[in-house]
Ligand binder design. Structure first.
Ligand code: SF4
Ligand code: FE
Length: 500
């Protein structure tokens, strides 16, 4: 059933044996660790959303598999309306967190495995993956688990296939097959939310060939499984969380990515959802990528709202909100922001059904368009925001200066704009804008998350019917149809063999 945010927090508190490192130290309780606490808060918002009035309906869905309501973050999409609800929910959650809330990758992994395991059963008559996955899904839905999705391998030499790497563990692989399961080794990088989840679902990161068969593996394990180590990555401004303030580091909002390492981890068969079926890795990656690219239309436009709001507030604080030049720039921000959202909605409404039994997938063209805009527009939105807000975004005094009684009155006097807006309001908006608009979650993540821009260009080329477009153009231009017939075959000469 549905868990509250508090129940989620208690759940990961009990995960005592997970090996998690932050800034060189092992963390025993991620929920009280100052570095990770904001990440926990942000993840927690996905649970609380199911109980809050403004998001309750969006955040819940009926699961036909367990016959009850579940948190949408563990739901299998049953219709285009479900896909739309995803994008809308993500936008709203960005308003509550001001950062990435980290739960979407595991959700997309669930939907991907649902489709792939069913397809394998239907196409090849092998139902074992499907049966295992459905049991796992039921477990996840009944317990409302927090899941990370781990796809990106560390990849070693980028030009070499997994099986050609000088380091054979540069991609996660199976090193031993046993009667009761498999043993896996390798590492996944840039994994969103990895330190604050109950379990991690591991998927292959690329299409494999036959020689890479031992790398074609998908599975799920609890984070405290022996042999699993997490090393949390750093982000700009992250140490501000450790200062104990309530303004500079915006202590309630953060996400993290991390490196997760599998040192000969045992995975029982009932947690293995793909093994050696290298032919299915291509479709799996494609299905997952489009799901995640669609979602960005929601979460990034939600962050865009935060930035637009902060910019407008800051313009008001210095008395320029009504200037036509500012209004024009704000309108440009709205255009860029709503473009990303519209594309996400189009990818959802134009979703396609891949299975008889549900299996609603997004429209891959529009999902890729969404993500490609996301790889570009946030940088423009951030630039306009900084333009309007002024240099103070990069130079404001620390909250500890502001809180120091010796100089507070001076800062209040000299950093105030219009008289009726207090300096503290301006400073708070400046810090919010800085923390959101110069963040990994709004910039770097927008470029590389769910695949770098080049990956979308490849998809555009593959999905778009250029030949058809050329035919349309030629027909409209009244170009005379010219057909290049194959050359007349040369008269056959008797071969050497026939001569003798
Ligand atoms: Fe979800 Fe967006 Fe974070 Fe991805 S970047 S996990 S879609 S909030
Ligand atoms: Fe992401």
């Amino acid at each position: 059933g549905l868990r509250t945010g508090q129940q989620y927090v208690e759940g990961i508190k009990n995960r005592k044996h997970a090996k998690i490192y932050v800034m060189g130290k092992k963390v025993t309780d991620v929920t009280t660790n100052l570095f990770l606490k904001p990440s926990v808060e942000s993840f927690k918002a996905t649970f609380d959303a199911a109980f809050q009035e403004d998001t309750r309906d969006l955040a819940r869905a009926y699961s036909p598999y367990i016959g009850e309501e579940v948190n949408r973050f563990v739901h299998i999409h049953q219709s285009p309306a479900d896909l739309v609800a995803k994008v809308k929910l993500l936008r709203k959650l960005s308003h509550k967190t001001g950062t990435c809330f980290q739960r979407c990758v595991g959700w997309d992994a669930l939907n991907t495995l649902y489709i792939v395991t069913h397809k394998i059963a239907a196409r090849e008559g092998r139902a074992e993956y499907k049966e295992r996955f459905m049991k796992y899904l039921e477990y996840v839905q009944r317990n409302d688990l927090a899941l990370a999705g781990a796809m990106t391998d560390v990849k070693g030499v980028r030009t070499l296939r997994p099986s050609e790497q000088p380091n054979p563990d540069a991609y996660v692989r199976v090193v031993e097959q046993r009667d009761d399961g498999i043993v896996v080794r390798g590492a996944k990088a840039n994994i969103t939310g990895i330190a604050v989840v109950d379990e991690v679902i591991v998927l292959p990161t690329r299409a494999m060939t036959e020689s890479d068969a031992s790398y074609a593996v998908a599975f799920a394990v609890p984070l405290d499984t022996p042999g699993v180590t997490v090393v949390v990555g750093r982000q700009i401004n992250d140490a501000r969380r450790l200062e104990g303030g309530d303004l500079d580091g915006v202590p309630y909002m953060a996400h993290h990515e991390g490196l997760v390492i599998f040192e000969d981890v045992f995975v029982p068969w009932d947690r293995v959802f793909l093994y050696k079926d290298w032919r299915w890795t291509g479709p799996l990656v494609e299905i997952f990528a489009s799901y995640h690219r669609q979602g960005y239309g929601g979460c990034k436009s939600g962050l865009g709202d935060v930035i637009i709001g902060a910019t407008q507030g800051l313009a008001r604080a210095i008395g320029i909100a009504d200037k036509p030049a500012v209004a024009e720039k704000l309108a440009e921000m709205v255009f860029l922001n709503e473009s990303m959202y519209s594309a996400g909605l189009a990818a959802s409404w134009e979703g396609v059904k891949l299975l008889d039994d549900g299996g609603w997938w997004v429209n891959p063209m529009y999902a890729n368009v969404t993500k490609h805009m996301v790889a570009r527009f946030p940088y423009e939105v951030a630039k306009i925001a900084h333009d309007i807000a002024g240099g103070i975004v990069g130079t404001a005094p620390s909250e500890f200066d502001f809180k120091n009684e010796e100089i507070r009155h001076l800062i209040e006097k000299y950093l105030q704009g219009v008289p009726d807006i207090p300096t503290e309001e301006r400073l708070r908006l400046v810090r919010l804008l800085e923390n959101v608009s110069v963040s990994v979650g709004y910039l770097v993540e927008s470029v590389h998350g769910a695949g770098s821009p080049a990956a979308q260009k490849i998809m555009f080329t593959r999905l778009y019917d250029f030949q058809k477009a050329e035919e349309i153009a030629k027909s409209l231009a009244r170009v005379k149809v010219t057909v290049k017939w194959p050359k007349e075959p040369e008269p056959r000469r008797p071969s050497e063999a026939q001569k003798t």
